[in-house]
Write a protein that binds this ligand. Structure first.
Ligand SMILES: Nc1ncnc2c1ncn2[C@@H]1O[C@H](COP(=O)(O)OP(=O)(O)O)[C@@H](O)[C@H]1O
Ligand SMILES: [Mg+2]
Length: 291
């Protein structure tokens, strides 16, 4: 598998920091060896000092505190952290579905105040309409596109289903599909929107290991395809091996209220082998921030 997402330059690496939880101390990650091409990575999504609290019985229930994360062009960014630390909440804020109580999120410099068509989200549990076939579920995602004829929508949906390997399953209902296939329909629905940013909330976590493994590989090569309009992927995962396999960069949040405790470029060459020693070193390193 070729690495379509070019590796990031010194700029990003130098910005990467690992903050020791609670102490406020910051360890700079060692700079890359000299001679690395200097690139000028452009931010696509800027999460700036985002906080979110719920009001519970008049008391504040803080979920996210002062979270700042930047996702650059051509970057596969993964976010992890303990259960309940606010990962899904953060993704919903980036999608414009939830308003933060502090800070803001920008897309190419413009504040995100509501859902946008150029940012698509794939949820953890295949939210498909059970009374619609695969193709109708994908076309349903295009309902707001009044600029497209029904024929054109059908064509786009067929193409998206083909991309995720569901050719021949266009007229099947979700109830007749396996978990992996349902998730493929969910992914096709997002791809049909031709988004610039793709947000995925633990998209493989409810699948069995073998299905997840295959889908992960396929989806990665699909997203990094240079013909894909997707510029940036932000994916939530609680699976450390999955992160080391896929991520260009990993952000670790603390237990609730979620704060950034590490922001690390994963500079392993691709394709990545889970058996490689460096792979295991990264797994151990990420676990140390989650412990
Ligand atoms: N609408 C809500 N009202 C009150 N609390 C909420 C609401 N939505 C989420 N929470 C709480 O916010 C915290 C973070 O939730 P979530 O973002 O789903 O965590 P994660 O995805 O990291 O497991 C949890 O403690 C959850 O119970
Ligand atoms: Mg979640």
């Amino acid at each position: 598998m070729a690495s379509g997402f070019p590796s990031l330059g010194r700029d990003v690496v130098n910005r990467a920091v690992a903050t020791q939880a609670g102490t406020g101390q910051t360890d700079s990650v060692a700079p890359p060896p000299s001679g690395l091409a200097q690139t000028n990575p452009s931010p696509v999504i800027d999460v700036e000092h985002v906080s979110l609290s719920y009001k519970m019985d008049k008391a504040d229930f803080p979920v996210l505190v002062d979270v700042s994360v930047t996702a650059y062009r051509n970057e596969f960014l993964m976010i992890t952290g303990p259960s309940g630390c606010g990962k899904s909440t953060l993704l919903r804020i980036i999608a414009g579905l939830t308003k933060p109580t502090g800070g803001e999120v920008k897309f190419l410099g413009t504040p995100i105040t509501e859902p946008r068509t150029d940012i698509a989200m794939i949820f953890q549990n295949f939210v498909l309409l059970p009374w619609k076939t695969s193709i109708d579920n994908v076309m349903f995602g295009l309902s707001s596109r009044q600029d497209l004829s029904e024929d054109r929508k059908k064509e786009i949906a067929e193409n998206a289903l083909e991309q995720v390997g569901l050719e021949g399953f266009e007229h099947v209902y979700p109830g007749e599909l396996s978990g992996g296939m349902k998730q493929r329909v969910g992914i096709a629905r997002a791809l049909a929107l031709e988004p610039k940013v793709l947000l995925m909330d633990e998209p493989f976590s409810s699948l069995d290991d073998l299905t997840a493994e295959r889908l992960r590989k396929e989806i990665y090569s699909l997203l990094i395809n240079p013909e894909s309009p997707i510029q940036t992927v932000i994916m939530i995962s609680h699976n450390v091996e999955e992160i080391v396999e896929l991520a260009d960069r990993a952000v670790v949040l603390s237990a609730r209220p979620g704060r950034v405790v590490a922001d690390l470029p994963i500079d392993l060459p691709r394709p990545r082998s889970r058996k490689a020693e460096e792979f295991q070193d990264w797994v151990d390193k990420l676990y140390s921030f989650l412990a």
